[in-house]
Design a protein around this ligand. Structure first.
Ligand code: ADP
Length: 461
C-alpha cells in the first residue's frame, strides 16, 4: 500500500509537471506563431526594399543600371538569402546573382535549407517572386527574387528562437525540480501530524492514556485531529478514573454495613446473641438498606455513563409536585413539619418518572435535615421554562460542604447521615437527571436557617 507522503508528493509533482508542460508548450507555440508572422512581414518588406534599391540605381541616360552598384547590392542581398535576377522589359537578363557567383548562391541557399529543416523542422522549397521595376511610372524591367519559402529565418532570428525555446525548457525543468522539493516539504508537513496522531491512537489503544500529541498546528483540520486525539486520551483516562473511583466507592460503602451484618449474624450463630425478632428485624432493615443502595448505585451508573433514555411526555409540573408533596405528608407529620405548596399550573415536556425521582430526593432531604418548621415547594416562571424551589428551615449546609454536596457519596456529616441512612447519592442522581433534561440544579443555604434547592427546567424539554 502506498503511504500518504509518497501519494501526496506524486500527486503534487505530477500535477505541477503537467501544468508546467502545458504552459511551456503554449508559450512555445504562441512565440513561434508570433515570431513566424513577424518574419513573414519582414521578408515582404525586404522584397520591397530590394525593389526600391535596384530601381534607385537605374540610369536613364544609359537606359540601364549601374553595373558596379548593381553587383554590390545584389551580392549584399545574396548574403541575406535573396538571389536576384534583373531583366529588361524585353526579357533580356541584365544582371543575375547566380551567374555572378553560383557557388556562393548555392552555399547560402543550402545553409538556409538545412537551418530551416534541421533546426526548425520546417519543410520548404525555393520560391520565385517577380516585381516590376518602375522609373517615373515607366516599366524599366523585372526583378525576380529567389528565396527559401514560404519564409525563412536568418541566422540571428534562428538563434533567437532556439534561445527562447531553450530558456522555456530550462525554466520548465527548474520548476519541475522545485515542485518536487516543495511537494516533499508540503507532504511532510501534512503527513507528519497524521502519522503522529496515528501512532498516538495506537498507543492509546495499547493502554497508554497519558500520551498527548502537539496540537498547535496552524492548519485547522490537523489541529482538530490533534485535539480529538488528546480529548480521546483524556476522556478514556477520565472514564477509567471514574470506573476505579466508583468501584472503590462502592466497596467502601458496602464494607461497613456488611461487616456489621456479618458480625451480628456470626454472634447469633455462635450463640453469643439470642436471635430475637428485634435483632433479626434490625438485620433485615440493614439488608433492605443495602439493596436500596445497590439499586441507587445501579441507577447512578446508568446516568453517569449516559445510558439514560428519557421518555418525554407533556404534563403539569404542579400536579407532579402536588403528588410528591402528598407522599411525604406522613413522614413530615411524624417530625412535626409542614409541607407548604405554592404551585401554579405549569406545563412541561419531560420524563415524568425521572423528574419525580428528583423531587422525591430533594423533598426527602428537606424533611430529613429539618427538625422544626416547614418545607416549602414553589414554582416560578423563568424565561422559556419553570423554576421549582424546595426550601426548608433545617440545619442548612456549611460553606465548606456546599460546593461538594452534589458529588457522589459526599456527606456533610457522616455520622449523622449514617443515622439517617443516606449514602450521599441522592443529590448526584438528581443532578444527573436534571442535566440530562438540559436543566440546572443549584443550592443556597444558610447554616442554622435552612437551605433552598432550585431546579430550572425548559418548558419545551
Ligand atoms: P444523602 O443520601 O446522604 O442525603 P444526598 O446526596 O442526598 O445524600 O445529600 C448529600 C449531602 O448533602 C447530605 O449528606 C447532606 O449532608 C447534605 N444535604 C442535602 N440536602 C440537604 C438539606 N436539605 N439540608 C441540609 N443538608 C443537606
Amino acid at each position: 500500500m502506498i503511504n500518504l507522503k509518497s501519494r501526496l508528493i506524486l500527486t503534487y509533482a505530477l500535477f505541477v509537471s503537467a501544468a508546467l508542460m502545458v504552459v511551456t508548450i503554449s508559450i512555445n507555440q504562441c512565440t513561434g506563431t508570433l515570431f513566424e508572422s513577424l518574419v513573414r512581414e519582414t521578408i515582404k518588406e525586404r522584397g520591397q526594399e530590394i525593389v526600391r534599391s535596384v530601381a534607385d540605381i537605374y540610369n536613364p541616360r544609359i537606359n540601364g543600371f549601374d553595373v558596379i552598384t548593381m553587383e554590390a547590392i545584389g551580392m549584399h542581398f545574396v548574403h541575406e538569402g535573396y538571389i536576384i535576377t534583373v531583366e529588361s522589359p524585353e526579357g533580356e537578363t541584365l544582371w543575375d546573382a547566380r551567374s555572378m557567383d553560383m557557388q556562393h548562391c548555392v552555399a547560402v541557399l543550402n545553409d538556409i535549407t538545412s537551418r530551416m529543416e534541421e533546426r526548425h523542422q520546417i519543410q520548404g522549397s525555393l520560391q520565385y517572386t517577380a516585381y516590376p521595376l518602375l522609373y517615373q511610372n515607366t516599366t524599366i524591367g523585372t526583378l525576380t527574387i529567389e528565396s527559401y519559402g514560404p519564409f525563412f529565418y536568418s541566422e540571428g532570428e534562428s538563434r533567437f528562437l532556439s534561445g527562447v525555446n531553450r530558456l522555456l525548457f530550462i525554466a520548465g525543468l527548474v520548476f519541475t525540480v522545485l515542485s518536487v522539493f516543495i511537494s516533499t516539504f508540503l507532504a511532510a508537513a501534512i503527513a507528519k501530524p497524521i502519522l503522529k496522531a496515528s501512532e498516538a491512537a495506537h498507543c492509546i489503544a495499547g493502554g497508554n492514556r497519558n500520551i498527548r500529541v502537539f496540537d498547535g498546528y496552524k492548519t485547522k483540520e490537523l489541529q482538530e485531529l490533534a485535539c480529538s486525539i488528546n480529548t480521546l486520551a483524556k476522556e478514556l483516562a477520565e472514564g477509567e478514573r471514574r470506573q476505579k473511583q466508583l468501584t472503590s466507592d462502592i466497596a467502601h460503602e458496602l464494607r461497613t454495613p456488611l461487616t456489621c451484618l456479618q458480625g451480628n449474624v456470626e454472634a447469633m450463630i455462635d450463640g453469643i446473641w439470642e436471635p430475637t425478632t428485634e435483632r433479626l428485624m434490625s438485620c433485615h432493615e440493614e439488608i433492605t438498606r443495602l439493596s436500596r443502595l445497590v439499586q441507587d448505585i445501579n441507577l447512578l451508573t446508568n446516568l453517569e455513563w449516559e445510558h439514560l433514555t428519557l421518555h418525554k411526555t407533556s404534563f403539569d409540573l404542579a400536579k407532579l409536585l402536588q403528588l410528591v408533596g402528598e407522599q411525604f405528608q406522613s413522614p413530615a407529620y411524624e417530625k412535626g413539619l409542614a409541607i407548604i405548596l405554592r404551585l401554579t399550573p405549569s406545563l412541561i415536556v419531560a420524563d415524568y418518572d425521572r423528574l419525580k425521582q428528583v423531587f422525591i430526593n430533594l423533598l426527602a432531604n428537606g424533611i430529613k435535615y429539618t427538625d422544626a418548621g416547614a418545607v416549602t415547594i414553589t414554582i416560578l416562571p423563568i424565561p422559556l421554562g419553570w423554576e421549582v424551589g424546595i426550601a426548608d428551615t433545617g440545619a442548612g449546609i456549611s460553606e465548606r460542604d456546599l460546593p461538594h454536596i452534589f458529588e457522589r457519596f459526599y456527606r456533610s456529616d457522616k455520622s449523622r447521615n449514617r443515622g439517617t441512612g443516606g449514602a450521599g447519592i441522592g443529590l448526584t442522581i438528581a443532578q444527573a437527571i436534571v442535566t440530562a433534561h438540559g436543566g440546572t440544579i443549584s443550592v443556597t443555604s444558610e447554616p442554622g436557617s435552612g437551605s433552598v434547592f432550585r431546579v430550572a427546567l425548559a418548558a419545551e424539554g
